[in-house]
Write a protein that binds this ligand. Structure first.
Ligand code: SER
Length: 310
């Protein structure tokens, strides 16, 4: 077991909730400090109230707990960011600067920062999107992730900061709720299918997007962080793929378990965001560099989601 002390920033979010639990299982509760802007009702390990934009408090927490690794998960996602672009930029970038600066000063040994398929834009090839390609994101979330990737690589090259990152596709899990993303429908649909046997989707039936089941996302994240530094050849962010599907395809899969289920479509502003993103991702670099391989497809994920949500 490593003697590192890990700080999760954004521990109450969709990824944070599950990653905190997983890391505590691996490293022990007291080696994993959870933090978020609000104190949760229940915590099974150390917790700090933290606004990542508050650099002084952040540095105090680093000192108080002897933090050596950070998972920086606090951010506004694509749909919420479009409603408050200036705040999204400030939160998504300030937080990253504060953490990267601490790593540059030698306080932190390793940093994890998530990027997204939102770094790609309408001019990117949509199928089997390569690691290196045209990137002209046109959402504020994508622009902040793109700038963040550039900063991560810069801090690595210039100051030797050990920063690691994954471009997450849409993430789907049963333990935590997504908040403010364009891919959130793929989580809500399971809840609504079980509760009301019907779902109104905010994307059109044929909108194909890259997605991943949470256990795969956690495994990808932790294996990237545990890989020997020399294997982590990309310091901007890695493409990783799980599966790709459309709302019509996920609905058909759900119908295999809940035959009465029906879906209707009422695309809103999120349709334009989805249209600007890739449909499938080429993750050959992640596979070659640190052995990435997804386990879940649409059918095994749906079976697992429905079993657990029941
Ligand atoms: N799931 C995210 C979103 O929809 C993509 O990173 O915003």
């Amino acid at each position: 077991m490593s003697k590192d002390t890990i700080l999760i920033i954004g521990s109450q979010g969709q990824i944070g909730l599950e990653l905190t639990a997983e890391l505590r299982t691996i490293y022990g509760n007291n080696h994993v400090i959870a933090s978020d802007v609000k104190r949760p009702e229940q915590e099974d390990g150390p917790f700090e109230v933290l606004d990542v934009m508050d650099k002084e408090n952040l540095n105090n927490i680093f000192k108080k707990h002897g933090v050596t690794q950070v998972y920086l998960l606090a951010a506004l996602l694509s749909a919420t960011a479009e409603k408050n672009p200036r705040f999204a930029w400030d939160l998504n970038m300030e937080g990253l600067f504060n953490v990267l600066d601490a790593a540059k000063e030698g306080v932190l040994k390793k940093v994890y920062w998530p990027s997204s398929i939102a770094v790609f834009g309408p001019s990117t090839p949509k199928q089997n999107t390569p690691q290196y390609t045209v990137m002209e994101p046109n959402t504020i979330y994508g622009i902040s992730k793109q700038a963040g990737e550039r900063y991560c690589e810069y801090y690595h090259q210039k100051y030797g900061v050990d920063v690691r990152s994954i471009r997450y596709p849409g993430l789907i899990g049963y333990k935590s709720a997504p908040g403010g993303g364009t891919t959130d429908y793929a989580v809500h649909i399971y809840h609504e299918a079980l509760k009301h046997k019907q779902y109104e989707c905010f994307l059109s039936s044929e909108t194909e997007l890259p997605m991943m089941y949470m256990p795969d996302a956690l495994r990808a994240t932790i294996s990237l962080m545990e890989a020997p530094a020399e294997q982590v050849k990309i310091r901007s962010s890695y493409n990783v793929a799980g599966m790709s599907f459309t709302p019509a395809q996920i609905a058909d899969e759900i119908k295999k378990h809940i035959p009465e289920f029906t879906i209707s479509y009422a695309p809103d502003f999120r349709q334009a965001i989805a249209n600007s993103w890739p449909q499938s991702i080429n993750d050959s670099h992640a596979r070659a560099d640190w052995g990435w391989q997804p386990e879940y497809d649409l059918s095994s994920m749906s079976k697992d989601m429905i079993e657990h949500l029941k």
